[in-house]
Design a protein around this ligand. Structure first.
Ligand code: ADP
Length: 490
């Protein structure tokens, strides 16, 4: 009983929608919805200036304009007693023109992100010109003596059929494009396709009515009413969701940016803290080393063997501490761009003359080989480049087992010289390589732990090489060894 009543109510409502008052109500609601949507998109467009949104604004404005025309017509019919047919025959082609143009542009704006900007704009222009051309011809025949207005009812007219076909075409095109050019139909495209299909129900019903019932079937007419309105609500929903998505995304980007800025600031504070502490430690450690030297040189009296041994150990540890402090200071000077190079000519083969490294290598049972041609003169800051050499070589010594081999090699061509330190030691896991030159980064392994170190050596090497406008690369295989390749332009 309730169901039957509801059904009857629905039917009556649909019938009402077919009357002048119903049409007025429908067009009025549609007009306001379209205006709200156009306003929403415009406020987003002023921020992003996206082409897609621009087309949506125009298309929704055209649709709103069409609804406004309909409102004017039905207001005249409802309130001023005008004859609908007489009015509609004048207004009908124009209102259809705006509707079809609006639909064509909606379709285009939904497919715009499938194509390159320039090609897309050309297609839109072409479609618009063709449509305007078709309508000029239609207008001409419609308003000319060939089909004198007032003679035939609009719905029986052939032109009515043409308009409906154009409507169907303007929405089938974007559906075909979306289905053809997207690999995965996402929520946005899915909803758009549904809205296109629903909008098409109205022209399809009209065409069926035209072909089979000479446009006289009243039930079909009643049935055709609600669809464009539902479709417009769906379009509104799609666009609303899209705008909300965009707003959420914007918010997320903003939060991420703020977080990054905050982290950067924290990093900067940490760096400056380390730099200040290192500076403060520099003076006492220098004094400690000085007094230790005085004691070890027996200036203040003789030392027994045990005292001497302990003193030497203290000296070794204070040297280590001093190196760590120096490394921190170098890193912060590189970061603050305060490290200046003193470029001169330097014979790189001189590096091989420092035999202390060979001694250390010998003690560790490692073969250290220098392959640097004699008179290998290059333009570098010798003091800083030695730091590169020492850091790479100490790493190679630390991470190469007994009976291993380390080769220090240099070659040059017209543009640059290459300096490599190669070992056949433990190697570096592939995942660690990209982070190797970061400050404090150390590969997680028992070898690194037992070797000690602060994780600053390679950061310093990279900083100095880059100050020379050079590059540094690593080739390494776990268990087979590593090769650090420095290239410096000349
Ligand atoms: P540190 O040697 O003070 O730990 P580095 O910045 O010089 O810091 O090196 C970072 C990490 O890179 C080292 O802890 C080590 O794990 C890895 N590494 C550097 N050179 C080699 C090498 N020749 N062979 C194997 N691992 C290396």
């Amino acid at each position: 009983m309730v169901f039957e009543n509801l059904l009857q109510l629905y039917h009556l409502f649909n019938l009402f929608l077919g009357t002048a008052g119903g049409e007025l109500l429908k067009a009025g609601v549609e007009f306001f919805v379209l205006l709200i949507v156009a306003y929403m998109i415009t406020s987003e467009w002023t921020r992003t200036k996206a082409k897609e949104l621009f087309y949506l604004i125009i298309s929704f404005s055209f649709l709103a304009l069409q609804k406004l025309i309909i409102i004017v017509v039905f207001a005249h019919v409802s309130f001023l007693g005008y004859n609908y047919d007489a009015l509609a025959q004048w207004i009908f082609p124009i209102s259809n023109f705006f509707e079809i143009l609006g639909m064509l542009l909606i379709g285009n704006s939904f497919t715009s992100r499938l194509f390159r900007k320039k090609a897309f704009e050309n297609v839109v222009k072409l479609q618009t010109y063709v449509l305007i051309g078709i309508f000029f011809i239609l207008f001409f025949f419609w308003y000319s003596a060939v089909f004198p207005p007032g003679e035939v009812l609009i719905r029986k007219h052939l032109f009515f059929f043409v308009f409906q076909m154009l409507k169907i075409f303007s929405f089938t095109l974007p559906i075909i494009l979306i289905l053809n050019y997207t690999r995965k139909i996402d929520k946005y495209f899915g909803n758009a396709i549904i809205a296109f299909l629903i909008y098409m129900v109205n022209p399809v019903i009209h065409i069926v009515n035209y072909i089979f019932y000479d446009s006289r079937n009243a039930s079909l007419l009643v049935l055709s009413h609600p669809w464009p309105f539902i479709a417009i609500l769906l379009f509104t929903r799609v666009i609303y969701l899209k705008l909300v998505d965009k707003a959420t995304l914007r918010k997320q980007v903003k939060t991420a940016k703020e977080k990054l800025a905050h982290e950067k600031e924290l990093g900067r504070l940490k760096d400056s803290f380390i730099s200040v502490v290192s500076h403060e430690l520099k003076t006492p450690i220098t004094s400690i080393k000085l007094y230790l030297d005085l004691l070890l040189k027996k200036t203040l009296g003789p030392l027994n063997n045990q005292q001497k041994k302990l003193m030497e150990r203290v000296k070794r540890e204070s040297m280590r501490l001093s190196h760590i402090i120096d490394d921190h200071l170098t890193v912060s000077r590189i970061q603050d761009k305060k490290l200046k190079l003193n470029i001169t000519k330097y014979d790189l083969s001189d590096l091989a003359k420092d035999i202390s490294y060979k001694k250390i290598a010998n003690q560790e049972g490692i073969r250290l080989q220098f392959d640097i041609p004699s008179n290998f003169t290059v333009k570098i800051d010798p003091q800083r480049f030695k730091q590169v050499f020492i850091n790479l070589l100490t790493n190679a010594l630390k991470f190469t087992k007994k009976k291993g081999k380390i080769t220090v090699r240099a070659r040059k061509n017209a543009h640059h010289f290459t300096f490599t330190v190669k070992d056949n030691g433990v190697g570096i896991p592939k995942n660690d390589i990209p982070k190797l030159f970061d400050k404090f980064y150390q590969v997680e392994s028992h070898m690194t732990r037992s070797a000690g170190g602060s994780g600053l050596g390679l950061a310093i090497v990279k900083g100095i090489v880059e100050l020379h406008n050079g590059t540094i690369d690593v080739k390494s295989q776990l268990g087979k060894g590593s090769e650090f390749i420095v290239k410096i332009p000349q």
